[in-house]
Design a binder for this molecule. Structure first.
Ligand code: URA
Length: 214
């Protein structure tokens, strides 16, 4: 089950997701466990973000009889992880939708301005015809998410969703103000950011904790 908290935001309040998020927030959780939990929660959140995909009916033959049955309509969807922390979440989403395409978006936050700077952008050629789910575990200031979606819209993408593990209230406000058409799925929304742009209470640096770089 999912609930709406802020407009345009679905908080996935399933007990498994909330339990795993608490383990991820705990600073004593090891890199190995953190990475596994990131993948597992991403799978569960992916289940919710794909809940409203439209369906077609096809004719098939079971071993017993012909029948009409449902399949997901349209082209394969695209997961667009923002490097590098988005990679850990994308793995879990691909566990659930293995045929999805992947667009990699390289953006880093300038430590002085906290603005997003592009360094890599590689997408399927026909991305404009597909549903694109942008993936970044932390929606902090929202600048990176806004920049990623700006890039995708410049490529003609019209159908977009944003998935994160943890959002901040300012990040949600920034993203929704810039891109009101893009709905957000998250496990929780924390109230604030600190002076370095980290979510409080948050879980620290998701990239460092996933890859063990600090
Ligand atoms: N990025 C992170 O990894 N953590 C935060 O709290 C904010 C941005």
């Amino acid at each position: 089950m999912s609930t709406q908290s802020l407009p345009g935001v679905t908080v996935v309040d399933h007990p498994l997701v909330q339990h795993k998020l608490t383990l991820m927030r705990d600073k004593e959780t090891s890199t190995k466990t953190f990475r596994a939990l990131m993948r597992e929660t991403a799978t569960l959140i992916c289940y919710e973000v794909t809940r409203q995909l439209s369906m077609d009916e096809v004719e098939i033959q079971t071993p017993v009889a012909p029948t009409r049955a449902k399949v997901i309509a349209g082209k394969k969807l695209v997961f667009a992880p923002i490097l590098r922390a988005g990679l850990g979440m994308a793995e879990g989403m691909l566990d659930l939708v293995p045929a999805a395409r992947v667009a990699h978006i390289g953006l880093y936050r300038d430590p002085e301005t906290l603005e997003a700077v592009e360094y890599y952008f590689k997408t399927p050629e026909d991305i404009a015809d597909r549903l694109v789910i942008v993936v970044d575990p932390m929606l902090a200031t929202g600048h990176t998410a806004v920049a990623a979606i700006d890039l995708l819209k410049k490529r003609g993408v019209r159908d977009l969703r944003f998935v994160c593990l943890l959002a901040s209230v300012p990040g949600v406000e920034t993203l929704r103000a810039a891109h009101p058409d893009v709905e957000i799925w998250t496990a929780a929304v924390d109230p604030q950011l600190n002076d370095h742009g980290y979510i409080v209470p948050g879980l620290g640096d998701a990239g460092d904790r996933t890859f063990g770089t600090r």
